[in-house]
Design a protein around this ligand. Structure first.
Ligand code: WTA
Length: 650
């Protein structure tokens, strides 16, 4: 069996940075990138030592990297620092205390600005509240909050006292929350009465109450008043934050944390039903997120940065909380939905706050395209100078739309590939250097030794699709799966048994210019008549057709061809019994890619089943396509009503 993934979508457009952008960029020439990259992979100790010196160490480290106990990496051994002090204290000490750290906007339109000094005070008070409730270094604290400033404060307050935070996205159900609290053996929870989402209150505390019925080890549920809806109350477990905070001091010494002390757990799904508690430690994570934020987003002193992710996901941990604050940037934080009260909310925010760097997800970009050009066109987006995407492969059409409609054809786009497990960005353009290509995550970041291998570990040549591999350790890499060392080794470090290399689970190819193209998860690869095809490529072809809004492609077993392609398509203008549209789309795919990629079946639908983070639930679609009924965990589905239509029972 070969690992070659047939790869047939070719994209030849290329967009170098403007001379103006390049001139002011941190890294501005190919030679500079290559020199630094070479040093970072050939002499990682030298490279990372120089970077780490930028951080405010409490005690210096002895050794940059100890890989002797692989796959357990130890970075900056013997050093001590505190992540909240990296994000806050150092800026106040350096005279930047009056700079705005967070410009927050609630969905109803309420606002709050916090300077670095104010944020330091708030975090210190929050830390003192946790201490007063008996939370100690090493304890696990679950955080289940809307996107309010207290979410960033809660995370940093845990870091300040050395408690390990486990943020659970506010869209998860009580059941999912309970599983994560139990798995991490959390002893305290931080939540809110509710949060605003499309004009309605998400009753978060109610979910917490339900989850905690089964979690007797949780001694404290700290509740932030946000929406002022009625909540049930259980003494002495439940505590209003605004009452507790009156009793505490304004300062709190940051706990000196060992470099390898855990900073947080973050749960993510794997190929089994049980979520994995990904472990990240303090120093390596801070060094990695500090440097990637600085170089990938090319941060300049006057930037207004906005990452639209939720802190409940890794993107929010690394590129809302730790990376941007470690760099002392001013950032926008927004509570609500992109279409509340109207479809132009994001562009309205960009205009009013003068956002210069904007980082979002392809699924959002496709929604913006669907909603129509008139929404961004209503707003002055001329302050934007750099755009980013993350989370899934971006189809070239969405990329081009993003560049034209949002970036005014002047902003570089950084398509950043990484994972919960990698902690920080791994493949990316450098905006002042890279001539970007629509749909490519471009080049490895510093210190990332990426390659395309087959399952025997052989490196593949240009344009051969294979498995993405990371051949050397990097500072922000995961340190394990909480409570499951074996799964950690099996999932990530056993693909090529005779070599200690990281397997991310993604397929990719490298083009003749050395650019990486992510082909999607290897479990989303379809094999039709011996040809392996990336579902993403077929989807990309489909959505390039004007009659298609969104498409998801899966394989189903086929007696003749092994697997056959089934496409679920949201047609522009809604679902009608229109055979000619499906025929037209099949032909379109055949023309765009080749007959081998022509879907065997196209099902028109009004929506696709998605998780609350916006990822299409492909496993579910595969079952539907194959006509299988199977007990599946549907707790994470955003729109369960769509299932009947997809199954053809509507
Ligand atoms: C996918 C999100 C293509 C990939 C930071 C990866 C991407 C998984 C990209 C991790 C990208 C993320 N291009 N695919 N730029 N970014 N992915 O853990 O399959 O939520 O393995 O981390 O998303 O998802 P996670």
């Amino acid at each position: 069996m070969s690992d070659q993934i047939d790869n047939v979508l070719h994209e030849n457009r290329s967009f170098p940075p403007s001379a103006e952008f390049q001139q002011n960029a941190h890294i501005s020439s190919r030679e500079q990138y290559q020199r630094m990259y070479r040093e970072s992979v050939e002499h990682p100790e030298v490279f990372w030592d120089r970077v780490a010196r930028d951080l405010p160490w409490i005690e210096p480290y002895e050794q940059v990297l100890d890989w002797s106990d692989a796959p357990r990496a130890r970075w900056f051994t013997g050093g001590k620092l505190n992540a909240s002090a990296v994000c806050l204290d150092q800026h106040v000490a350096n005279g930047k205390g009056d700079k705005v750290a967070i410009r927050w906007e609630g969905e109803p339109g309420d606002r709050r600005d916090l300077t670095y000094r104010e944020l330091l005070t708030e975090v210190s008070r929050f830390a003192n509240v946790l201490k007063a409730r008996g939370v100690r270094k090493g304890d696990r604290v679950a955080i289940y909050l809307p996107m309010i400033p207290e979410l960033a404060m809660a995370v940093l307050a845990c870091a300040r006292i050395g408690a390990i935070h486990s943020v659970v996205f506010g869209g998860f159900s009580a059941r999912a929350l309970r599983d994560r609290i139990e798995d991490g053996q959390c002893t305290a929870v931080i939540t809110a009465d509710g949060g605003w989402r499309r004009g309605k209150v998400l009753p978060l505390k109610r979910e917490v109450d339900e989850a905690l019925e089964h979690c007797p080890d949780v001694h404290t549920s700290l509740v932030i008043a946000r929406t002022e809806n009625d909540v049930a109350w259980q003494n002495p477990r439940d505590v209003w934050y605004h009452e507790a905070v009156r009793e505490v001091a304004d300062t709190c010494e940051p706990e000196p944390m060992d470099s390898e002390d855990l900073l947080f757990l973050l749960y993510t799904s794997g190929s089994t039903g049980k979520p994995k508690g990904i472990m990240h430690s303090t120093a390596g994570y801070m060094v990695g997120t500090y440097l990637t934020t600085r170089f990938v987003f090319d941060l300049q002193p006057d930037d207004v940065y906005w990452c639209t992710a939720d802190v409940g996901w890794i993107t929010g941990h690394s590129y809302i909380v730790y990376g941007p604050l470690a760099n002392g940037v001013t950032q926008v934080m927004y509570e609500g939905a992109p279409n509340a009260p109207a479809e132009d909310r994001f562009w309205d925010i960009c205009e009013r706050h003068g956002v210069t760097v904007f980082y979002t997800a392809p699924t959002a970009i496709r929604a913006f395209m669907k909603w129509g050009d008139e929404h961004p066109q209503k707003h002055d987006l001329s302050k934007l100078r750099l755009l980013g995407t993350v989370g899934e492969p971006i189809n070239p059409e969405a990329w081009m739309w993003y560049r034209r409609m949002i970036g005014g054809e002047r902003c570089p786009i950084v398509d950043t590939w990484w994972q919960t497990e990698t902690g920080g960005i791994m493949l990316t353009p450098l905006p002042g250097v890279t001539a970007t290509k629509p749909g490519s995550a471009c080049m490895p970041f510093f210190g990332v030794d990426a390659a395309i291998l087959d399952s025997a570990g052989k490196e593949l040549g240009a344009d051969q699709g294979g498995l993405l591999a990371i051949r050397k350790p990097w500072p922000s890499m995961l340190r394990g799966i909480w409570g499951d060392e074996q799964r950690f080794r099996d999932t990530y470090w056993s693909k090529w048994p005779d070599r200690m290399m990281y397997f991310p689970g993604d397929g990719a190819r490298r083009d003749p210019d050395g650019y990486f193209w992510i082909l999607g998860r290897v479990d989303d690869v379809i094999n039709v008549s011996g040809h392996r095809l990336s579902t993403m490529e077929v989807e990309s072809a489909l959505v390039s057709h004007p009659k298609v809004v969104e498409a998801a492609v899966v394989g189903r077993p086929d007696d003749l061809t092994g697997e056959a392609i089934v496409a679920f398509v949201i047609p522009a203008g809604g679902v009608t019994e229109n055979q000619s549209v499906t025929n037209e789309l099949m032909e379109h795919v055949a023309t765009e890619i080749g007959k081998l990629a022509r879907p065997a079946e196209i099902r028109l639908t009004d929506a696709l089943p998605k998780t609350r983070s916006g990822k299409i639930m492909r496993r579910l679609l595969r079952d539907i396509a194959a006509g299988r009924e199977r007990d599946q965990d549907l707790t994470t589905i955003e729109n369960p009503a769509i299932l009947d239509q997809l199954r053809g029972n509507a």
